[in-house]
Structures are given as structure tokens and as C-alpha cells.
Design a protein around this ligand. Structure first.
Ligand code: AMP
Length: 394
């Protein structure tokens, strides 16, 4: 896979697939610009080389042409962040776009209309990809968040640039951080898996079980493991049909000499609310009418020791119902331990799903090594899948 840093884009028109799928408010203003900021380095590199970036993205899930989901809404924000003039084409392909591209000047950025106005984008239509490819001299993919989709602009288009396809700065960072954990992580390597359900994390567990030295299993998914071993879990969330699987995961961990750390105690509640009565129970002795909502003090103690003594950390999923303040302490504490371990020199990747939301909510982004920008794409990478958008760049 060639990186943008291995090429000079001077005088080139460069098609860049970015992920500008940003949230908009009722006034159609961008409420979170982090995805635009994340693409800045790649766009800037092309501009600095003297190339003209042609940005392509989707926004939301339009059914045909939906003015509410026009990328025109984000032009002011893109201009503000990039500090350059953005030419918006009001269409994806067609005369207006071709003209805008042909008359573009250095230090200008072209932004195409929402790719998903065309069903051909999601269908991975080759003719659509070919028509897009005609706009540029080279192709860059910097949309890690959609790299798990085999869409026209994320995967199919690459074949029209056999020698001129490149990975953007953000995509490279994501791929590198996954590699650092999965292939070249310094030992001991720790996985922290949390979240609601075992079923949504099975493939990840199966993929990382022979890569990590230790694995914390926290959050709602821990109860399936506890009940499977004969524990009393009260009204805690549990997937009974996954209990045999939980036992086989424990067996396979033993075989692979992976230490599994399940919570020892939990903060229980008598209802799923911030005002519920609370008490700390051993995780295998939760009375009926009570449910485990957050990691207890003894659990946090063993989690802290494991996190601080690890050199590589992968964190996916909160260890409690962090959205409810009364049950957020466990997840905040894990964030603190991961931050401390990172400060001491370990590499920490937070990726996929709600742990990213938690890390942002409690302001740990700057204190961990890398926070992934791609929810589904990161999950699929952790599951060991080769993403079509990345495969297409080889
Ligand atoms: P996931 O998307 O799989 O990472 O799951 C995240 C969700 O798991 C969050 O909404 C948490 O509130 C939830 N969760 C974490 N711990 C528990 C628990 N003990 N009981 C119920 N839900 C939980």
C-alpha cells in the first residue's frame, strides 16, 4: 500500500475519498467537525505539493437527491478549517463537475455533492466508479470510517488507478495503530472488552485470544461468563444461549495461556436509572431484583494492576452503563488507568463503539495513544477482516 507521503502531487488533480459524514443541526450547521479536521493533513499535503484536491464523501443515508443531506451545508465549515476556497459542484458527475475540475486553480479545493445521491455508490457500480475516476489523475482513500464498505468510491474506483492509488494520512494512522496492537505490539498485550453483549464481540474475542497476554472482560458481557460458571447474577443482562460459548472462550484462553480477568464485584442497582438504590455485590452473588451496572472497587483494583503493567492496550467497550452518571465511575477509572499507562510509555488504542464515545465524553482523547475514527471499520479490523477499501489500495 503506497502512502501519500511517497508521492509528489504537483499539478495533479487528486480524487480524495474523505469521510465528511458529519452531524448537522436543524439549521444545517455542522455540530461536530472532527471528521473534517481528521482529513486535514491529507488535503493539506496535496495542496502543499501544488495539487488540486477533489473531495468526495457521503452524508447520511439519502434516498435519491435529498436537499437536507446536501454537502453544500458543510462548505463554510470546510473552508473555515482548510482556510482555502472550496468550489462546490452541486452534482457528483456531469458537465458542471467536469467544468469545475477543468477550470480549477492551485490552492483551490473542489467538493463534490453527496455520493449517495446515486444508488450506484453503495452498489459498487463499476461504470459510476469509472466516471468518477475520469475526474482525477490519482486517487487517495482517507475515509477509514467507510473502508469496510465495498462502495464505488471506497473500493471499486481504485482499479482505475493501478499505479496512482494512495492511502491518506488518517487511513495510514488507523492501519498502523491496529498493526501495533495485532502484529507488533510490545508485550504484555492487554485487551479490555466491555459493552452490553457477548454476541457482538465474539468474533473479536476469537481473533484476539491468541494475540493478547491478558483480557479484561467487563461491562454487561461479563455476566454471561459468570452465570455460565454457576454464579448468581440476579437481574443482570445475560445471553443464556451464549453460555456454552463463554465456557469455550475460557477454555481456549487457558489453552493459549491468556489470563482472563472478569470483575470480582459490581455496583448493583434495583432499577436501570440514575436514582436507583445501589450496593456493591460479589459478581457471582447478586440477589434477585438487582442488576449489575458498573465495575466495583475490587474489580477496578485488578483492572488497574493489569492496565498499568501492560505495554500495549486495546480498549473496546465500556465496563459499565457509563451513560448514567451513577454507573460511570468504572469506565472513567479505566480511562484514567489507560491514560496513566500511556503516560508511562505503553501504546493504547481505543477503538470501535461506545468506548470511543466514553473516552470523548470524559476527555481522555489526548491522554491515550490513538482513538479510532471508524466504528464499524475498526470493529471489523479487530475481527481480523481485511477491509475492502484497504485491500483495493494494494
Ligand atoms: P457496545 O456498543 O457493545 O460497546 O455496548 C455499549 C453499551 O453497553 C453501553 O450502552 C453501556 O451502557 C452498555 N453496558 C455496559 N455495561 C453494562 C451493564 N452492566 N449492563 C447493561 N448494559 C451495560
Amino acid at each position: 500500500m503506497k502512502s501519500i507521503y511517497h508521492n509528489d502531487f504537483n499539478n495533479q488533480k487528486v480524487l480524495i475519498r474523505v469521510d465528511f459524514n458529519v452531524p448537522l443541526n436543524e439549521k444545517k450547521e455542522v455540530t461536530d467537525n472532527s471528521r473534517i479536521i481528521a482529513a486535514q493533513k491529507t488535503i493539506q499535503k496535496i495542496l502543499n505539493d501544488g495539487g488540486i484536491p477533489i473531495l468526495m464523501s457521503h452524508l447520511g443515508r439519502p434516498k435519491g437527491e435529498d436537499p437536507n443531506l446536501s454537502l453544500a451545508h458543510i462548505v463554510p465549515e470546510v473552508e473555515k478549517i482548510l482556510k482555502v476556497n472550496v468550489v462546490f459542484t452541486h452534482q457528483v458527475i456531469g458537465n458542471k463537475t467536469t467544468e469545475a475540475v477543468n477550470t480549477s486553480k492551485p490552492n483551490q479545493v473542489i467538493l463534490l455533492e453527496n455520493l449517495r445521491y446515486y444508488k450506484e455508490e453503495k452498489n459498487g457500480d463499476e461504470n459510476f466508479a469509472k466516471a468518477l475516476s475520469k475526474l482525477g489523475d490519482s486517487y487517495v482513500n482517507d475515509a477509514f470510517g467507510t473502508a469496510h464498505r465495498a462502495h464505488a468510491s471506497t473500493a471499486v474506483i481504485a482499479k482505475f488507478f493501478p499505479n496512482n492509488k494512495f492511502a491518506g494520512d488518517l487511513l495510514l494512522k488507523e492501519v498502523e495503530s491496529i498493526k501495533k496492537v495485532m502484529n507488533s505490539g510490545e508485550k504484555p498485550i492487554l485487551g479490555i472488552l466491555g459493552g452490553a453483549k457477548v454476541s457482538s464481540k465474539i468474533t473479536i474475542i476469537e481473533n484476539i485470544i491468541n494475540k493478547v497476554d491478558k483480557l479484561i472482560i467487563g461491562g454487561g458481557m461479563a455476566f454471561t461468563f459468570i452465570k455460565a460458571q454457576g454464579g448468581e447474577i440476579g437481574d443482570s443482562i445475560c445471553e443464556d444461549d451464549k453460555m456454552p460459548l463463554a465456557l469455550s472462550i475460557l477454555k481456549s484462553a487457558k489453552k493459549n495461556k491468556v489470563e482472563i480477568l472478569l470483575p470480582l464485584d459490581v455496583v448493583c442497582a434495583d432499577s436501570f436509572s440514575n436514582n436507583a438504590n445501589k450496593k456493591v455485590c460479589p459478581i457471582d452473588k447478586i440477589p434477585k431484583g438487582w442488576e449489575g451496572m458498573d465495575a466495583g472497587p475490587e474489580s477496578l483494583n485488578i483492572f488497574e494492576k493489569a492496565i498499568i503493567s501492560s505495554k500495549t492496550i486495546l480498549w473496546n467497550g465500556p465496563v459499565g452503563v457509563f451513560e448514567i452518571e451513577s454507573f460511570s465511575k468504572g469506565t472513567i477509572s479505566v480511562g484514567e488507568y489507560v491514560s496513566k499507562s500511556t503516560k508511562n510509555g505503553s501504546f493504547s488504542l481505543v477503538g470501535g463503539g461506545d468506548s470511543v464515545a466514553a473516552v470523548k465524553q470524559f476527555s481522555f482523547q489526548e491522554k491515550v495513544s490513538y482513538v479510532s475514527t471508524g466504528g464499524g471499520a475498526m470493529l471489523e479490523s479487530l475481527e481480523g477482516k481485511i477491509l475492502p477499501g484497504i485491500k483495493a489500495l494494494y
